[in-house]
Each structure stands twice: as structure tokens, then as C-alpha cells.
Design a protein around this ligand. Structure first.
Ligand SMILES: NC(=O)c1ccc[n+]([C@@H]2O[C@H](COP(=O)([O-])OP(=O)(O)OC[C@H]3O[C@@H](n4cnc5c(N)ncnc54)[C@H](O)[C@@H]3O)[C@@H](O)[C@H]2O)c1
Length: 405
């Protein structure tokens, strides 16, 4: 793997988790950082010893010694900033969700070709043996005909920035985040299911989103909670495959189950889906990090009798990595991207996260559109009616940043 010189844009919570990962990849050299918040920037630079720090990310992009940029800002800035990264001739790794709307995500997707740069979107749930094993089993026909999937998030009270105080209130601001539970948490489960089933073609979606769980006004500290805390829906894909979605940041019920796939010969249940940033991040002792390893269970029949099988992902993954250290580029987001930039993975062998993220945006946005129109919507309607929500003008403490898409 080649050495890559990387700049970070956004020095908030997730950037620290990224730094934990980058510190474990010797070929990744973090050479510069940008954040509009000068105090945060100074603390970040001192902590990691990165002296090239900029309050205006455009100054970071002017540097000609940076190969690639890691974009760690909020959802509605993902596309405006990632587009500028690629226009500046740098490769781009961007946090999830890909954007605040399908329309913006499509712009970013198309920009890869326009600027000839390599793009990846963070989707940590697909880089592990749980996902690879499920995909292999489906490809080999071990589940028979796969006809239904369920995407489940299960937080009883976990609205970032509100119930989860270590996180920024920008998570529930329409301006910065655009959407809540579905775009923040749902992306991990929906993307994982689409990935293991070969990214099927969406036909239609019926759904709704809610913000009903009572909020203690004191927690808001004068702000407004402007995004959904629950998304539910039913999507139909080509070939009769269906996907139902229930993704709450908050809900007044104890357990709502797990993500699963049902096939004519067998089913799979996904436990501890990785939404914590990947294996290298998980081993760090960070708060909010899923400490438990992803696991997979098979349910079916053997010789006419019911069987439940623990596929033992965690111990098999350890054995697999010991026998084949090269597999690690399929076990971590950041390593995978580095391998792609280095040419160790090609356009064919890398995980195409921009395409996966774009298709996740399509179905997710369908739930909002369906809720607004009070009927099911087709994939074509979602794409046609989606509007840009990207930030065009951002006021900072030191001036205004204008963005062109
Ligand atoms: N925090 C998590 O656990 C987590 C996990 C996975 C993904 N993410 C994703 O990461 C993104 C950021 O989340 P976070 O928790 O780090 O938020 P955060 O608010 O802690 O950090 C965002 C940072 O971006 C900076 N910023 C805003 N505008 C900027 C600009 N124009 N140029 C440079 N910097 C700018 C802010 O000052 C802030 O420091 C979100 O899209 C979120 O979905 C977060």
C-alpha cells in the first residue's frame, strides 16, 4: 500500500474516531486539518500534532501536497465540500449519509467521473465477516429464494445531541442534518441488506416518519428538534423482494427485534451490526462504540428438522485474518479506501460505496415522500421529485462561506 497524504475537514466527534483509525495505518499521513470553529481547531491540532490547520477548508484544498481528503462535517455539507475536494484534484472519503437528499447524492455520484477522482462513503456495516458471509451464502443459494428483509435500528432513547449529550445538537438541526434516525442510523442496516443482495433495483416505497416522543424542553437549551426520530416503511424491489424498515432513535417500547433476511430455504439474523466506524475504530476505547462483534445466525432445516446455527463470525473472522492478513482490506472502511487509492483494489474489486449509498438514499427519501403524499411512490418519482437540501450559505464566527454545487 502506498503512502497517502491526507487532509481532514471537520474536527468534531467523528474526526477523533477517524484519527484513532488513521493512527493504526502507517501509510496514512495526516498533514492538515480544517474546521470553522477556531477553538476546536486549535485543540485538535495540538492533540494530534498537526500544525497545518485552517479555519477555511479552501486553504487546505490549495495545498499541493495532499492526495486525499477525509470529510467529517454534517450531512448537508457533505456534497458541497466533497465536490470542492474533487474539483481541487483530490480523492475524497466522506462520512455517511451521502447527503441530505437523493438529488445531492446523485450530483456527488456523477462528480466522480466528471473530476476523475476516487470517492468512498463511510458505511462501516459492510466491512466484516458478518456481511461477507451473508453475501456468500445468498450468492451460493444457501437461503434459497430471498424474498423479504427487515432493517431494524433499536434505540429506545438515543437522539444524538439530545439524549446522547456527547454529540452535537446539529444532528437534529434541519439546516445541518436534514433528516434524523433514518439517515443517521438506518443507513447502516439498509446499506448492509442492499449490499448482500447485490443492490437490487427499487420499484416503490410506502412509509412514514415521526417525531412524537415527548421531549424535555430543558434538554433542547432553546433549540428546536427538527428531524424525524422514527422512520418506518415497506419497499418493493425487482423480482418480488421486499424490505421493511423500522429505525427509531427513540420509541416507547423495549425491544423491536433485529435486522434479518428471509429465504425459502433459510434465514439470517444480524446481531451487533457495525455502526461504530469499523474494526479498527471499534478496538479503540471510545464512548458510543459498539463493543460487541458483529454476529450472524442461520435458521433453517437439516434433514427435515429445524436448526438454529451460530455462524460464529467473531472467532471465524479472527482465524481468517490470522491465516490471511490480506483480508484486512475487506474488514475496515479506511483500509479499503487506502487500498483503492493505492491501486491494490480496482473499480471492479473495491466495494462501490457511492453506488450503495446512493441507492440507500433513494429508498430512505422514499419514506419521507410517501409520508408527505400519503401514498406509495415509485423509484422514478423519488428521483424526479428529490430536491437539493445542500447548504449554499454558511455563516461562521469569522465570515460567510458560499457554496456552488
Ligand atoms: N458522531 C458520531 O458518532 C458519528 C458516527 C458516524 C458518522 N457520523 C457522521 O459524521 C458527521 C459529523 O458528525 P460529528 O459527530 O463529528 O459532528 P460534530 O458536530 O461533532 O463535528 C462536525 C464539525 O464540522 C465543523 N464544520 C462545520 N462546517 C464546517 C466547514 N464549512 N468547514 C470545516 N468544518 C466545518 C464543525 O465546526 C464541527 O467541528 C455527520 O454527518 C454524522 O452523520 C458521526
Amino acid at each position: 500500500m502506498k503512502e497517502m497524504r491526507i487532509g481532514i475537514i471537520g474536527a468534531g466527534v467523528i474526526s477523533h474516531r477517524h484519527m484513532t483509525v488513521w493512527s493504526k495505518i502507517p501509510q496514512a499521513k495526516i498533514v492538515a486539518v480544517a474546521d470553522v470553529d477556531e477553538k476546536k481547531l486549535a485543540a485538535w491540532s495540538a492533540r494530534y500534532g498537526v500544525s497545518n490547520s485552517y479555519r477555511n477548508f479552501r486553504d487546505l484544498l490549495k495545498r499541493d501536497d495532499i492526495d486525499a481528503v477525509d470529510v467529517c462535517v454534517h450531512n448537508n455539507l457533505h456534497v458541497p465540500i466533497s465536490l470542492e475536494v474533487m474539483r481541487a484534484g483530490k480523492h475524497c472519503y466522506c462520512e455517511k449519509p451521502m447527503a441530505g437528499s437523493y438529488a445531492d447524492a446523485k450530483l456527488l455520484y456523477d462528480a466522480q467521473k466528471v473530476y476523475g477522482k476516487k470517492l468512498a462513503i463511510q458505511i462501516s456495516s459492510i466491512y466484516n465477516l458478518q456481511t461477507r458471509m451473508a453475501r456468500d451464502m445468498i450468492t451460493r443459494g444457501e437461503l434459497g429464494k430471498v424474498y423479504h428483509m427487515r432493517s431494524v435500528g433499536s434505540r429506545r432513547k438515543g437522539r444524538p445531541g439530545l439524549d446522547m449529550k456527547g454529540l452535537s445538537p446539529d444532528f437534529y438541526s434541519k439546516f445541518y442534518a436534514e433528516h434524523g434516525a433514518l439517515f443517521d442510523m438506518g443507513v447502516y442496516h439498509i446499506s448492509q441488506l442492499l449490499f448482500v443482495t447485490g443492490i437490487p433495483k427499487l420499484e416503490s416505497v410506502y412509509g412514514a416518519t415521526y417525531q412524537e416522543v415527548e421531549i424535555d424542553e430543558r434538554l433542547l437549551e432553546g433549540r428546536k428538534f427538527e428531524v424525524e426520530e422514527l422512520g418506518v416503511g415497506l419497499a418493493k424491489y425487482e423480482g418480488g423482494l421486499s424490505l421493511d424498515i423500522i429505525e427509531p432513535w427513540a420509541i416507547n417500547i423495549d425491544k423491536i427485534g433485529d435486522t434479518f433476511i428471509a429465504g425459502s430455504k433459510g434465514g439470517l439474523k444480524f446481531l451487533n451490526v457495525d455502526s461504530g466506524g469499523g474494526k479498527l475504530a471499534r478496538s479503540a476505547n471510545m464512548p458510543m462504540m459498539g463493543a460487541r462483534e458483529p454476529e450472524l445466525y442461520f435458521y433453517g432445516y437439516q434433514n427435515g428438522r429445524e436448526v438454529d446455527v451460530d455462524l460464529r463470525c467473531a472467532s471465524n473472522a479472527r482465524a481468517e485474518e490470522a491465516a490471511n492478513p490480506g483480508i484486512s482490506i475487506y474488514n475496515d472502511n479506511h483500509l479499503h479506501w487506502m487500498a483503492y487509492l493505492s491501486g491494490d483494489l480496482s473499480d471492479e474489486t473495491r466495494y462501490d460505496t457511492p453506488w450503495l449509498a446512493l441507492n440507500t438514499m433513494l429508498v430512505s427519501e422514499g419514506l419521507f415522500l410517501s409520508g408527505q403524499l400519503g401514498r406509495s411512490v415509485t423509484a422514478e418519482e423519488i428521483a424526479a421529485l428529490s430536491k437539493s437540501t445542500a447548504i449554499r450559505r454558511q455563516q461562521t464566527d469569522w465570515g460567510v462561506l458560499e457554496y456552488e454545487l
